[in-house]
Design a protein around this ligand. Sequence first.
Ligand SMILES: NC(=O)c1ccc[n+]([C@@H]2O[C@H](COP(=O)([O-])OP(=O)(O)OC[C@H]3O[C@@H](n4cnc5c(N)ncnc54)[C@H](O)[C@@H]3O)[C@@H](O)[C@H]2O)c1
Length: 255
Amino acid sequence: MEIAGAGALVVGGASGLGEATARALHARGARIVIADLNADKGRALAQELGADARFVGADVTQPDQLEAAVAAAAEADGGLRISMHCAGIGWAQKVASSRGAHDLQPFETVIAVNLVGTFNALRLAGAAMVANEPDAGGERGVMVNTASIAAYDGQVGQIAYSASKGGVVAMTLPAARDLAAAGIRVNTIAPGLFDTPLLAGLPEQARTALAASIPFPPRLGAPAEFAQLACHMAENAMLNGEVVRLDGALRMAPR
Ligand SMILES: NC(=O)c1ccc[n+]([C@@H]2O[C@H](COP(=O)([O-])OP(=O)(O)OC[C@H]3O[C@@H](n4cnc5c(N)ncnc54)[C@H](O)[C@@H]3O)[C@@H](O)[C@H]2O)c1
């Protein structure tokens, strides 16, 4: 899929990995819609990028809101061609401990945002893409989801987050299979540790320790490196139904 001139949606595009992806798509000539819960950051980013960048406030768990964001992105000539799904949240609690059982509500919320929210984006963006004219290679669209290496190496306290990201990993192949007949590809990135606002709140000592735990390169990933792979997944027509770990060979320890 050619990025230049394509209509693109970045869900969770106001911050961190999504922001870097929005910047990268825009720099390569896409006409982007940034959809996010955070209106202040999303609006400021769209304003900074200027032409061919818009912000639409949307909560991934709300079908109407996400549908409006998809519709805005589909207004581009040629329709919505690229949809990147980066919105996500975390929660830390053990399944049970001396303090009692894991609360049910936060587990449900993490699943609602990370898993159901990603499904919501897949189904709505997918439906918009089915209506596109195929390009010369027969492609109507491409989507990239964001999982985490916690889908595979969930640490102590990550049960809700790992379950949600495991679901995103597991949706990748059936989504690609469902949409193959329409010429729409679906891939997922499973990031390791990236330097985003999510980790910025940690003390410097903790950040250094995290970085040192990565075999090579022993540093936190740059959001631009995530965006680079997301753009490659959009561009490489042979890459489909795949989950790629982007983690510097990190395999997370239990804690
Ligand atoms: N940073 C890392 O090291 C890392 C590692 C693995 C996976 N991830 C995943 O990457 C994605 C991006 O994380 P990040 O580090 O850039 O975090 P971030 O907090 O900087 O960005 C997440 C964005 O998602 C938005 N968002 C959250 N809930 C939303 C909702 N209900 N509807 C719409 N938007 C919503 C936030 O407003 C924010 O702009 C997440 O899915 C996260 O789980 C991050």
